[in-house]
Design a protein around this ligand. Structure first.
Ligand code: ATP
Ligand code: LTN
Length: 351
């Protein structure tokens, strides 16, 4: 990591709130490994986010290790990237409080994920409302330039940008940067408190939909049976779920919003094979939904199988997984402390 200090910084995270699924892989994880060649990468397992909805403690513990095993299976290398669990770096929660004091209630009320997740619930924890502020803290704590995520997280990253820009405006002058001589005058340019991050959203695969309700996004915590393809599913389970996918009335295979079920299967194929949706549609001229389902199932099975096999091997060595996380948390704390030192000084806290 040391030699790559000048590379732009990437940060992302996934909640250990269920078994990871196809949407997590195609929308986010898949691009993470590639970014390691060109960026300094920080990948977090965001367990503090997971507890914004009820979690069983034993399951949370198991899923935290499973999430790490999936990260590793998808090519994230702890010698190249910083990998750690969010709750083991207390600065995330500490910065979230400070950012929350610079965030407007109206900004949080506008978040569509909060609206979706709180809809129809009798009682909603305040953590679910504050969730985007904690996510902003994850990103700003490490001065990340780029945040690779699926489409559903775009609004949260925009909020992180707004908070960063607002706080930079309020506090930047506290941090004079290196002197520059301009027109014979020594000028110290103010250093911003935070880097303003950019989202990195893949062109295809950023919005995989539920197989049973194709107008809603596929989600790892969806209770509807057969709606989600998990990365740990067997070949047979994957085939069965895709063959049972809700398609639409009619027989024509088209890539259109009027046929969300068919469109979703084409998008999945496109995200995995790299072929354009139009090319996929053309290859089904005169064929039935059954052909589309069978071939999509085959493509997804081949995509997930190597990942699942690696994942199972990695999960068997719990000691090694815990060592990776311990080392990651220690290194993350050193980096996080630097930002916290600046932030506390800027706000007027005693050292
Ligand atoms: P939960 O169901 O617990 O809310 P989730 O399945 O939505 O979880 P997250 O942990 O919130 O998953 O997301 C991890 C990453 O996967 C994020 O970058 C998110 O944008 C991406 N992602 C989640 N669902 C999809 C999807 N259906 N299609 C593409 N990307 C997705
Ligand atoms: N909210 C994200 C998970 C997340 C995240 C982050 C993603 C938490 N902190 C920081 C990118 C950067 C989600 O996918 N639901």
């Amino acid at each position: 990591m040391g030699a790559s200090a000048k590379k732009p910084i990437v940060l992302s995270g996934i909640q250990p709130s269920g078994n990871l699924m196809l949407g997590n892989y195609l929308g986010a994880l898949r691009s993470w490994a590639g970014l390691q060649q060109t960026h300094e990468c920080i990948y977090c397992i965001v367990d503090l986010h997971a507890i914004t909805v009820p979690q069983d403690p034993a399951e949370l513990r198991a899923r935290t290790r499973e999430t790490l095993a999936i990260y590793l299976a998808s090519g994230i290398d702890p010698r190249k990237s910083l990998i750690f669990v969010q709750s083991q770096v207390p600065e995330h929660a500490e910065l979230a409080w400070i950012l929350g004091c610079h965030t407007w209630l109206g900004e949080l009320e506008r978040m569509t994920q909060f609206k979706d997740k709180s809809a129809k619930k009798k009682s909603v924890g305040a953590g679910l409302f504050f969730y985007p502020v904690l996510m902003a803290a994850d990103i700003l704590l490490y001065q990340a330039n780029l945040v690779p995520v699926g489409h559903d997280q775009k609004q949260h990253i925009e909020l992180a940008r707004d908070i960063a820009i607002r706080m930079n405006g309020m506090y930047a002058e506290k941090f004079p940067g290196p002197s520059q001589v301009t027109q014979n005058k020594e000028v110290k340019e103010a250093l911003p408190l935070f880097v303003v991050p950019e989202p990195f959203i893949p062109a295809v695969g950023a919005r995989i939909m539920s197989l049973q309700e194709p107008t809603a996004k596929m989600s790892k915590s969806d209770p509807i049976p057969n709606a989600t393809v998990f990365l740990g599913d067997s070949d047979d389970e994957i085939s069965r779920k895709i063959k049972k996918a809700v398609t639409d009335s009619g027989t024509e295979i088209a890539y259109t919003g009027e046929k969300p079920g068919v469109k979703n299967l084409i998008s999945i194929q496109s995200a995995i094979t790299g072929k354009a949706p139009d090319e996929i549609v053309a290859s089904y001229a005169g064929k039935q939904y059954g052909h589309l389902k069978a071939e999509t199932a085959e493509i997804v099975v081949e995509c997930i199988r190597p990942l699942r096999e690696k994942f199972k091997g990695l999960l068997a060595d719990r000691g090694e997984l815990d060592r990776i996380l311990k080392k990651g948390a220690d290194a993350a704390r050193v980096r996080a402390a630097k930002t916290m030192e600046h932030v506390k000084e800027a706000l007027g806290f005693l050292a």
